[in-house]
Design a protein around this ligand. Sequence first.
Ligand SMILES: Cc1ncc(COP(=O)(O)O)c(C=O)c1O
Length: 404
Amino acid sequence: MGALESRWDELQRSPLTLDLTRGKPAPEQLALSDALDGILGGDYRLEDGSDARNYGGLRGIPEARRLGAQLLGTDSENIIVCGNSSLQAMQLVIDTAMRYGLCDERFSALGSAHAVVPVPGYDRHFALTESFDIEMIPVPITATGPDMDALEETIRSDSQCRFLWCIPKYSNPTGCIYDPATVDRIAALPNEARGPLLILWDNAYAVHDFNFPKAELAPILTSARKHGTDDSIIMFASTSKITFAGGGIAFIGGSETTLNAIEARLAVMTIGPDKVNQLRHAKFLNGRVDDHMAAHARILKPKFETVERSLQTHLGNRDLATWTRPEGGYFVTLSTAPGFATQVVAMAATAGLVLTPAGATFPYGHDPEDSVIRIAPTFASNDEIEKAIEILAVCLELSIRRSP
Ligand SMILES: Cc1ncc(COP(=O)(O)O)c(C=O)c1O
């Protein structure tokens, strides 16, 4: 047996129990926000004098709207604070656009709807889109955002394009940041489209930098106002990966027209959001977001450095794979030689390493090259990451060697 085969044998005989399928914060990250508990000290008064414990305030409390404005690079008047999950807010926005109309007539009256999705992308965007029977049209993503020539061509030629998904900063899963020219071209797209087009601007990793001063993303609403497209831009963020994933607050950003349409839908769903949690978050984060995110970075940056070092050690200069080197966010994208991702993910599972299924970062689970593997290292320890990357590398090398 060769050295590689015997190493694989060893790895399988002492398997890991490691699930890297999702970008989950590590327990040490969650602990950074433990002071949320008790921060109000019995004082539920908002800065406008009202009581956080009572009904009302559909757009959210002023101090939490300010926090959302900071995350989304806009003004408080452009923010609704709602619920604990931005994904749920995305569901609400798509539902409103399809069935009731957001800034135009309802999309369901305009025939079948299509959504353009930069790939590789976020599997939950795809699941959400599919749940509305919206057909997904992939365009490739580059180091500076979506391939803009391909995107503009798609938008101009497909009269059914109604949505464009964007994760503009530390994109899931490649980690790229859209450059200012890309942001401006995206803001102009609704003017190019042959029907109404909504830009779903999911800024989930807006402040999730590893280095400070942090990388700046060009503010899309500013560009959109210049192009007269601001009614077509809907932005999203949450504190899921700032404070508690599941116990945070979520934000929708947009123009007054779109916020009015969303508020009208919220009004039939709830008498008011959880303003107590909004107040806790505003007290905890306002004025110290960068310091708090720097504390996250001190935990996360070494993990991403371990990913990079281990990939270099096992796969560097060998023409077997390439990978991204993000400076923030939650993911690294490993691109294997074409045709091996499914096999590598399946083999890794036999050594106790569970990864996001190959293909999940493409609509309908189909990666045409079968090459993309998403690595989500945040929850694991450095030792586990080293072992996980070695498993990936051994599985890839063996798969390639064994291929006919
Ligand atoms: C791009 C992106 N959007 C949204 C979410 C989920 O956000 P929330 O917890 O606010 O629903 C994630 C989580 O991984 C994500 O990567």
